[in-house]
Design a protein around this ligand. Structure first.
Ligand code: ADP
Length: 283
């Protein structure tokens, strides 16, 4: 079958991958750090996602992961983690570009005393560029949040392998385990009607900016998931982080317009952020 996701041009011979250590746990299994060795390339550090599913479901899950890997292969952007290849025989491995500074939230928490506002705004600008790239391709991310961002360099952040999280939604895992929905990041129409569009990505992006400015603090602490949409519908929004340039918070508030049609596009957000960043640096 030529259309099978198992037919691909990004298969990696497993013996060219050396697993070094376990660095985390993903929804589908452990994530390892490894080294990709080929004859014609220098050794490359990689992140290896494994798939822990067994039994009758395993092939279905593996096929979906490989399909999503195929989607990710099409993206080539400085601020989106690159898919390097896959090992399709069991156990399935998804091999990604390695981001050596790890998860953004813990990076922000650990380095909060040395990160200045210019750097935080640089991160938000980089992410808006990645999301603008996806917007141009009509690709909806659905899970923009600081927990899904990796730090490649102290001045370079990347959107993680979102294709894999999208899989959960397609398979009803999302509705089956409502507790796992990222309610506090979601636009009201996503919460109310399960509607996901570029405009809902814009809402989530602004929540993610808030997390970045707050150095990795999660939104709506102490609020129950079921109370979030009521607060939003009553006009409440996340408060301005004390260090935020007012222009940046103003942009975030526009991303939190109740009416999705009133929210700016990433194209505009990205332009406005570069102006806000320039103005800030000239002060
Ligand atoms: P999933 O989305 O499948 O739940 P994650 O993407 O959250 O899995 O990965 C789990 C952990 O593995 C992350 O929190 C991070 O610490 C680590 N990790 C994942 N991908 C990479 C990567 N490309 N580079 C470095 N570390 C990574």
């Amino acid at each position: 079958d030529m259309n099978s996701p198992r037919e691909n041009d990004y298969e990696i011979p497993r013996d060219q991958i050396e697993v070094v250590t376990t660095i985390g746990e993903g929804q589908f299994g452990d994530v390892h750090k490894g080294i990709y060795r080929t004859r014609d390339m220098a050794d490359m550090p990689v992140a290896i996602k494994t798939c822990k599913f067994h039994g009758q479901d395993a092939q279905g899950v593996a096929d979906r992961l490989l399909e999503e890997a195929h989607t990710m292969r099409q993206f080539n952007h400085a601020h989106i983690v690159k898919l390097i290849g896959v090992c399709t025989d069991h156990p399935v491995w998804i091999v990604m570009e390695f981001c050596k500074y790890g998860e953004m939230r813990s990076y922000l928490q650990t380095n909060k005393h040395s990160l200045d506002m210019t750097m935080l705004m640089t991160y938000t600008h980089q992410l808006s560029q990645a999301l603008c790239y996806l917007e141009e391709r009509n690709f909806v991310h659905r899970d923009v949040a600081a927990r899904n961002i990796l730090v490649a360099q102290p001045d370079c952040v990347k959107l993680g392998d979102f294709g894999l999280s999208r899989y959960m939604e397609n398979q009803n895992y999302y509705t089956a385990s409502k507790g796992k929905l990222p309610i506090k990041w979601m636009a009201p129409e996503s919460i109310n009607f399960r509607r996901f569009t570029t405009a809902t990505d814009v809402w989530m992006f602004a929540v993610c900016c808030w997390e970045i400015l707050m150095m990795g603090i999660k939104p709506f602490q102490g609020v129950k998931n079921k109370d979030v949409v009521g607060k939003i519908e009553a006009g409440e929004r996340l408060a301005m982080p004390s260090n935020s340039p007012p222009a940046l918070y103003h942009l975030m508030l526009s991303c939190w317009s109740y009416d999705p049609g009133q929210r700016p596009l990433f194209q505009e957000i990205q332009q406005r952020l570069s102006v806000i960043l320039e103005d800030f640096e000239q002060q």
